[in-house]
Design a binder for this molecule. Structure first.
Ligand code: DQA
Length: 138
């Protein structure tokens, strides 16, 4: 069975109540249940942290264990050399995702320290971005 992990960064624990006009009304747990139902033959793990170092630790740990990583580093996407370096350091493919279309938002959201080392980037399709990312790893 293919093993994929979703790693979410800061404030994504607030999905469902956080800026619903931008991020929607669904909690990530509700969404994850439906995603697992859509991919019954894939093992889908999930990790969320608001702490940069914990995200780096998880990427390092996941590298040798998972067949693919779906990473929404949230605000750290635009600031974290450390998370970008962690993605470069591992072998397993990383797909960068964003719920909102970061390119239609403030200019500081247009850059990513992850994208140069990611397999690809999926941006702006709401929570469906994660589903598209799973497809891209199959
Ligand atoms: C986000 C976009 C980021 O710019 C923002 O800081 C987030 C969420 C997204 O999924 O749309 O927290 O990564």
């Amino acid at each position: 069975m293919q093993k994929i992990i979703i790693i979410n960064g800061p404030n994504l624990n607030l999905l469902g109540t956080r800026e619903p006009d931008v991020y929607g009304n669904l909690t990530f747990t509700e969404f994850l249940d439906s995603l697992r139902e859509k991919f019954p033959n894939i093992s889908l793990d999930y990790f969320q942290s608001n702490i940069e170092g914990e995200i780096i630790d998880k990427i390092q740990e996941a590298g040798p264990v998972f067949d693919g990583i779906i990473l929404n580093a949230a605000a750290y996407t635009h600031t974290s050399v450390g998370i970008g370096d962690a993605v470069a350091a591992i072998e397993s493919p990383v797909v960068e995702v964003h719920i909102s279309n970061t390119f239609s938002r403030e200019e500081f959201r247009h850059s990513s320290f992850i994208a140069p080392n990611a397999k690809g980037v999926i941006v702006g399709f709401g929570l469906k971005s994660y589903e598209l990312a799973v497809h891209s790893l199959l």
